[in-house]
Design a protein around this ligand. Structure first.
Ligand code: NAD
Length: 169
């Protein structure tokens, strides 16, 4: 039977830290499921990109991964206690979860799932919060994400979207 690992994140945006984790995970499992969390969120300062845009960023960045992967949008639900069942109802079956998010780790561990905390890669700069801050302040952010993510963000005029929605009326 194939071993399948689940990696969940918000990916606002998908960055080099996420990419390094998935490169490592690709050597540990037969297939990877990437759950795009908070799929219902977009067009706000902390969640500027739609689930579809994040799927594009991830799919294009992983073209050369060398390991089969599936990208699945997952909407949030109101009850944390039911979230693991919600994820299981959407994703292909999986054996391991890769996450360092404390709530994600806690919820999967309580359900008896094997959770592995991947190594952090340059956490200070390789963070969605830092990348969005740089975009808003007209500082260079492009080196912190895979080239395919730069392409997607340019295609959708994502930096201007973020700047506009951060403004007040
Ligand atoms: P994220 O995009 O911030 O991070 C994704 C993963 O990458 C995390 O494990 C994080 O630790 C890791 N990471 C981040 N920077 C890294 C770096 N530089 N190097 C290596 N790894 C790095 O996303 P997140 O906040 O972890 O996403 C969790 C998702 O699960 C959210 O969408 C959240 O809403 C969802 N969730 C929903 C419920 C619910 O609906 N009730 C409950 C729990 C979680």
């Amino acid at each position: 039977m194939k071993s399948r690992g689940l990696y969940v994140g918000r990916f606002q945006p998908y960055h080099n830290g996420h990419q390094s984790v998935l490169n490592e995970v690709s050597g540990e499992v037969d297939e990877i499921i990437i759950g795009v969390g908070s799929a219902q969120m977009s067009h706000d300062v902390n969640n500027p990109f739609t689930a579809g845009e994040r799927v594009l960023m991830i799919t294009r960045s992983l073209e050369d991964l060398g390991c089969p992967f599936y990208v699945i949008p997952i909407e949030d639900i109101q009850r944390n206690a039911l979230w693991v069942a919600h994820v299981r109802s959407i994703a292909p079956p999986f054996d391991h979860v890769y996450s360092s998010n404390p709530l994600v780790v806690q919820l999967f561990s309580e359900s008896g799932v094997d959770v592995i905390a991947p190594r952090m890669h340059m956490r200070h700069d390789h963070s969605g919060t830092e990348i969005r801050r740089r975009m808003l302040n007209n500082e260079p952010w492009e080196d912190l994400v895979p080239p395919a993510v730069v392409e997607v963000i340019e295609e959708i005029d994502g930096v201007n979207r973020l700047i506009r929605i951060s403004g007040s009326d």
